[in-house]
Design a protein around this ligand. Sequence first.
Ligand code: C2G
Length: 131
Amino acid sequence: MRVITFGTFDVFHIGHVNILERAKELGQHLIVGVSSDDLNIRKKGRPPVYTQYERMKIVSSLHCVDEVFLEESLELKGSYILDHKADLMVMGDDWEGKFDQFSDLCEVRYFPRTEGISTSMIIERVALDFS
Ligand code: C2G
């Protein structure tokens, strides 16, 4: 079973590790699409704290991750699934229902997010603690 997941993985934290480990448990090969800096600027109006090269290197250094590629557009998800021959796509439940249209290409599953942590919470806390 080949599993694919997508994310920004900026200011890498325990919620990111948890979803990647859970995704890997469902298969033998875990492929991760790391969203590009340009995609973040287009969708969120700001670049991530870490560059796409740093974020890809951090994610690819994990034991549970077998392959990493750059996700340049949300609209290319179907091609990424086919190109990487994914059998299953896993996302956190903040994306619940958003990728159901790909269920004709591969199985789609959503996992509960790790509570109490997010990249924006860390950024806010660090900003407050050091202001
Ligand atoms: N996540 C989680 N628990 C958290 C924070 C994040 O399970 N506390 C999960 C998210 O649900 C997502 C993955 O970790 O599945 C990556 O999260 P983000 O880096 O916030 O990625 P995002 O910007 O949502 O992805 O195609 C999707 C895009 O790549 C955007």
